[in-house]
Design a protein around this ligand. Structure first.
Ligand code: LYS
Length: 256
């Protein structure tokens, strides 16, 4: 028997059991058969996804758990740095990424996005008296997260002094607090959270970059995508989403 055929015969019972190797994206049938949905997020982006003591929580984590429940499966979470998330998805390390990714044409070349799970925008954050508007950024040092939509946006603005990137919001914040940067761009709810932690220390400026945020699946994983969209629609209809959104933001952040 040729080797290839032998190997594919060996793989058959494994697939039938719904067990999948780490190297490939799981299909919806495999996810249902295994009873687990493998989700990934950053874990350092409050109030969306972060650790409270040792527990992973936040709006996106609770929403991900609610979606898994609606799909009838158990959520299993992985956390890795923001800029590695979509790479791991492509490698089949997990099935669904829910980590505040803006839906952009560029990212759509690499992954498929669900319907947006919230709408928000990037705001300028600085020390009091610092830059508030795009015009104020002339000649200034601005910091953004690695691989974020904000980075691309600010890089394309004329007149900005220089751009510094950091993997996490916290590192950006330290750069602004220590005056190594004049301003940073953060999601507005992430910014509100940062300002709460440091009362009176930060000034929030304009929303300079509105965006629609979605969950990502491996390119072509269409059945999973449809199931995620259906689960999102159902939690948005039955009040689960509104309740979570109120808890974390005091308002409903779904796109309208
Ligand atoms: N929403 C922005 C983006 O899509 C920022 C996400 C930052 C996550 N730490 O890039």
């Amino acid at each position: 028997m040729n080797k290839k055929l032998f190997r594919s015969m060996l793989a058959l019972p494994i697939l039938a059991l719904g067990v999948f190797s780490g190297a490939q994206a799981a299909t919806l049938a495999q996810i249902k058969a295994s009873g687990t949905l493998r989700l990934a997020t950053e874990g350092g982006y409050p109030p969306f996804n972060y650790y409270k003591e040792k527990t992973l929580t936040g709006f996106e984590v609770e929403l991900g758990n609610a979606l898994a429940k609606a799909m009838g499966v158990r959520p299993v979470w992985t956390t890795i740095s923001f800029d590695s998330l979509l790479i791991g998805l492509d490698q089949g390390k997990y099935d669904l990424v829910i980590a505040s990714h803006g839906i952009t044409p560029n990212r759509l070349k690499a992954v498929d996005f669900s319907n947006p799970h919230y709408c928000s925008g990037g705001v300028l954050v600085a020390l009091p008296g610092g830059p508030k508007t795009v015009a104020d950024l002339k000649g200034k040092v601005v910091t953004m997260g690695v691989n974020t939509t904000y980075l691309k946006y600010v890089q394309d603005l004329p007149g900005v002094g220089s751009v510094k990137t950091f993997p996490t919001t916290n590192e950006q914040l330290q750069a602004v607090l220590s005056k190594r940067a004049d301003a940073m761009v953060l999601d507005r709810f992430n910014a509100i959270d940062a300002a709460k932690v440091l009362p009176g220390k930060l000034q929030l400026g304009d929303i300079i970059f509105p965006e629609r945020i979605g969950m990502a699946v491996k390119k072509g994983n269409a059945e999973l995508l449809a199931a995620v969209n259906a689960a999102l629609a159902s939690v948005q209809k039955d009040g689960t989403y509104a309740k979570l959104s109120k808890t974390y933001f005091g308002q409903d952040v779904r796109c309208r």
